[in-house]
Design a binder for this molecule. Structure first.
Ligand code: NAD
Ligand code: IPM
Ligand code: MN
Length: 354
């Protein structure tokens, strides 16, 4: 039996709650549908770990992670410790250190899920957002002058490289080529940010020549935000820089019913380093510890992980189980206007997979 080694970092808040359910669903699916064994290793790296050890992960933490076949991640962030520690010592460096430059975030309107937009049918919203994940507006470049004084100056620099833009754009074009609609929208704000996103546009206009079969166009992010609400069905593959991809994927989650359904993959396509799979949402301190979190975003992220591990049948089985549970509508967490718990939802998926 093939064995795949997975590092599990539940993290903070609802992170461990939703990841527990994702682990259960993936394990059952892998065994049943691909005859594969998933060997989980739970790492306690979190705000609690930080409070005990003064750091989010051990000194050799990154080395520890390298041999894994994948990382399944919940979320980090706790009101008692600044995000510039939790998020900036664990989540963001992981994406950069392991060169997980493709952040894939699907958004799909499942049957049985109430859509906040009027008249949208199941499957009508179906997009894949490709978010650049290692540079752009999130580059850790900047600083403060005269901190704490009224003369304080903060500088936050965006870094856009030809290579960084090219590799995410090519990944998105390759994905668009494989989809029935073969459509791609590149989203920028190059009318205002002429250097960084101007470079992005130059790369886009070069790369698109290699994909003449893809119907590609460019859209400014303010107009895109409007169209994600006004007519989300027109989008197929969407590609955007780090910050805009972040914001637009909370929006694509909202228009497809709930952030509790939005999955993501942080992929290093070279496989030199492990890829990481996590829900789009955060640690949700407002509902943590209450069994209210919808685990399906984490479950669907685990399905993306199964795909990455080459366990396509298991991935499809997990997605089918999720679609069935949602369509039946018997089990609904509060974000879907129900009263069931995180574990109830996990149980329903595990049952449907099995
Ligand atoms: P959030 O995504 O944690 O929560 C936003 C809203 O969505 C809240 O009302 C929350 O209750 C709801 N929500 C989120 N996930 C849900 C789920 N599975 N089921 C039902 N409802 C859900 O965003 P936030 O409140 O802005 O951030 C909280 C903390 O999480 C912050 O510290 C932030 O930096 C961090 N964060 C971490 C990650 C990550 O680790 N990947 C991602 C986003 C935010
Ligand atoms: C996400 C999160 C992170 C991001 C935060 C926690 C830095 O919002 O994964 O979407 O912006 O990438
Ligand atoms: Mn986000």
């Amino acid at each position: 039996m093939a064995v795949h080694k997975i590092a599990v970092i539940g993290g903070d808040g609802i992170g461990p709650e939703v990841i527990d359910q994702a682990v259960r669903a993936a394990e059952v699916a892998a065994r049943k549908h691909d005859g594969a064994e998933l060997k989980w290793n739970h790492l306690p790296w979190s705000t609690a770990y930080y409070k005990q050890h003064g750091r989010m992960l051990p000194e050799d933490g990154w080395e520890q992670l390298k041999p894994y076949d994948a990382i399944l991640f919940g979320a980090v962030g706790d009101p008692s410790v600044p995000d510039k520690i939790t998020v900036h010592e664990l989540l963001l460096p992981m994406r950069r250190k392991f060169d997980q430059y493709v952040n894939l975030r699907p958004a799909y309107l499942f049957a049985g899920v109430p859509c906040p937009l009027v008249g949208k049918k199941p499957g009508e919203i179906d997009m894949l957002v490709y978010r650049e994940n290692t540079e752009g507006e999130y580059a850790p470049v900047g600083g403060n002058l005269y901190p704490g004084t009224e003369n304080q100056i903060a500088i936050q620099t965006g870094v856009f490289t030809w290579k960084g833009c090219e590799r995410i754009l090519r990944a998105a074009f390759e994905a668009a080529q494989k989809r029935p609609r073969k459509k791609l929208t590149s989203i920028t704000k190059s009318n205002a940010q002429v250097y960084g996103l101007g470079l992005w546009d130059d790369v886009f206009n070069t790369v698109r020549k290699d994909y003449p079969d893809v119907d590609s166009s460019s859209l400014l992010v303010d107009a895109a935000a409007m169209d994600f609400v006004r007519k989300p069905e027109v989008f197929d593959v969407v590609v955007a820089s780090n910050l805009f991809g972040d914001i637009l994927t909370d929006l694509s989650a909202a228009v497809t019913g709930s952030i509790g359904l939005a999955s993501s993959a942080n992929i290093n396509p070279t496989k030199k380093f492990p890829s990481m799979f996590e829900p789009v949402h955060g640690s949700a301190p407002d509902i943590a510890g209450q069994g209210k979190a919808n685990p399906l975003a984490a479950v669907l992220s685990a399905a993306l992980m199964l795909d990455h591990l080459g366990l396509a049948k298991s991935a499809a089985a997990v997605r089918k189980a999720v679609a069935t549970v949602l369509a039946e509508g018997r089990v609904k967490t509060p974000d879907l206007a129900g009263t069931h718990t995180t574990t109830d939802m996990g149980n329903a998926v595990v049952e449907a997979v099995g």
